[in-house]
Design a protein around this ligand. Structure first.
Ligand code: ARG
Length: 384
């Protein structure tokens, strides 16, 4: 559209004939929006050649420019500047041209995909402002790969498993006032979670109840599972509009719970290879021989329960089998550095064949005077 306006304007000079024909019509962008979308000094240049008053030349041209399609308004200002306002339609068309010029033409490669895991929110908790870091950084990385043609799998690895769901179930039964788990809000769930930890400080028995409830969840107890599933639905529903505002869209949100049953063969493999050994109180642990200085990690708790690390081992096995990725990238805060170091070191001890595998680290957000902690309820909602 901009080019059409310019070529039409150029025709006006051609019609004037003589020296005017050789003048190039040039636009500038006015510093002040009150001077139009585009402006030109062409009348000043012509006036000098034609030995006419710049104002007169400008008036004559402006009257004709005003009739060009795409021009909304044309005014003469100062000594003979011609200021032009384009129609909204013309501006939008121009914007589309710019956008197209800025978007690389993508030739889809047939290469193995890169898995970018980001956002990875936890079920039953509202999104905190800190979630913007993993979500935006992850998305930028995923977009970069997509733009250069590499297939990407955008993975929101939901935190939907772990003892916290046992605790939440106990809190919900005790203080939930018989609410419908499918109608509860994330703020109410957060309040229950905070209350559980406050009460547990006075009454250690609660921790035991929480562990037992989680065991019921793991064993497939109908009632605990029903409530847990409701919390997942409630959470997904509540965070959807916030993620939509961030244009965050994922290919999968397969979460931690999915890997609970996939861990047994890994435990067996680790034992057989002598990588997992029995530690204190019968827990199964992995120790990292020197020169590694990493502290040992637990892969199976003394009560037989699995944990975050074991689930991540199962996750990697599954991702490799399912996608044969060229890379797996976890976009997760700096506070989980030790976890990822132990995870990757364990996979190495197990002698697994691995793709590029990285923890993409970013810093931790905090308040000026205190840390952000969902457990303590000190959180700034992303939505706000
Ligand atoms: N849901 C976890 C959290 O909020 C982050 C998950 C990171 N990814 C992983 N594969 N461990 O802390």
């Amino acid at each position: 559209m901009f080019e059409t306006v310019t070529s039409e304007a150029q025709k006006l000079l051609k019609k004037m004939g003589g020296e005017a024909e050789n003048v190039a019509w040039k636009w500038e962008k006015p510093d002040d929006v009150n001077h139009g979308d585009i402006t030109t000094t062409v009348a000043l240049q012509l006036a000098r050649m034609l030995k006419k008053s710049p104002r007169d030349v400008a008036d004559e041209l402006a009257a004709k420019v005003a009739k060009i399609s795409g021009v909304e308004k044309c005014e003469v200002a100062g000594a003979g500047y011609i200021n032009v306002w384009l129609t909204p339609h013309a501006l939008l068309e121009e914007l589309a041209v710019t956008r197209k010029a800025c978007t690389p033409a993508v030739t889809r490669k047939k290469s193995a995909p890169v898995i970018v895991e980001y956002c990875s929110l936890n079920i039953a908790k509202p999104l905190g402002v800190h979630h913007i870091l993993t979500t935006m950084i992850g998305q930028v990385i995923a977009n970069l790969y997509a733009h250069e043609g590499t297939p990407v799998v955008r993975w929101n690895y939901l935190g939907d498993w772990g003892t916290q769901f046992g605790k939440l179930f106990v809190a919900f039964e005790k203080w939930g006032k018989g609410a419908d788990p499918e109608k509860i809000s994330l703020n109410e769930l957060l309040a229950l979670y905070v209350k559980f930890h406050e009460e547990a400080e006075k009454d250690p028995e609660l921790e035991v109840l929480g562990q037992a409830a989680f065991k019921r969840l793991e064993d497939g107890d109908k009632e605990v599972r029903r409530v847990w599933q409701a919390f997942i639905d409630v959470t997904k529903h509540a965070v959807a509009p916030v993620l939509e505002r961030l244009s965050a869209r994922f290919d999968t949100d397969l979460g931690e719970s999915h890997y609970d049953s996939a861990m047994a063969p890994i435990i067996e493999e680790g034992k057989k290879k002598g990588v997992f050994t029995t530690g204190e109180k019968g827990a199964l642990i992995v120790e990292f021989p020197p020169p590694s200085t990493l502290p040992p990690a637990v892969v199976l708790k003394s009560d037989g329960g699995t944990n975050y690390l074991t689930r991540d081992l199962a996750l990697v096995v599954d991702r490799i089998a399912r996608y044969h990725p060229s890379a797996i990238l976890h976009v997760v805060g700096v506070e989980q550095t030790l976890h990822f170091q132990q995870l990757m070191a364990t996979a190495k001890l197990l002698n697994w064949e691995l793709p590029v595998w990285e923890h993409i680290i970013f810093g931790r957000m905090r308040f000026a005077d205190q840390s952000m902690s969902t457990r303590k309820g000190t959180i700034l909602h992303l939505e706000e």
